[in-house]
Ligand binder design. Structure first.
Ligand SMILES: [Cu+2]
Length: 123
């Protein structure tokens, strides 16, 4: 009984792996501002998340998570000339933040990721 249940779990895991290997259109983050664990200067900050494939900008999501865990959904700029990017901006004071992105690729698959970064005071 227990063995059979484990086998079922294995099959599900294997199917997911195969699906992700064959779906080359998954949105994978290839570049960003801020960089992973990067630093930005406080003020009105433009942020950019670039993927390896076209994404649905209207149905993707960018959430700013502050050090106190509070979350703010940032609006994504419609950018028809850069269909593989999510562009947004925010007014940021010094501190630690995380951008939690969720990208919907044109194949219908959603990928997610976190980009932690630090904002430092203007010199
Ligand atoms: Cu996919």
């Amino acid at each position: 009984m227990s063995l059979r249940r484990h086998f079922g779990t294995f099959l599900v895991a294997a199917a997911c792996t195969l699906a992700s290997m064959s779906a080359s259109a998954h949105a994978i983050l290839t570049d960003s501002t801020p960089k992973l664990n990067g630093t930005l200067v406080a003020g009105h900050v433009d942020m950019m998340f670039k993927y390896n494939s076209k994404i649905d900008q209207h149905r993707s999501r960018i959430v700013l998570v502050k050090a106190d865990k509070s979350e703010t959904v940032l609006s994504i700029a419609a950018n028809g000339s850069k269909p593989n990017e999510l562009d947004t901006s925010a007014d940021l004071t010094p501190g630690n933040y995380t951008i939690r992105w969720q990208a919907l690729a044109l194949d219908g698959h959603i990928t997610r990721g976190d980009v932690p970064f630090t904002v430092v005071a203007k010199q």
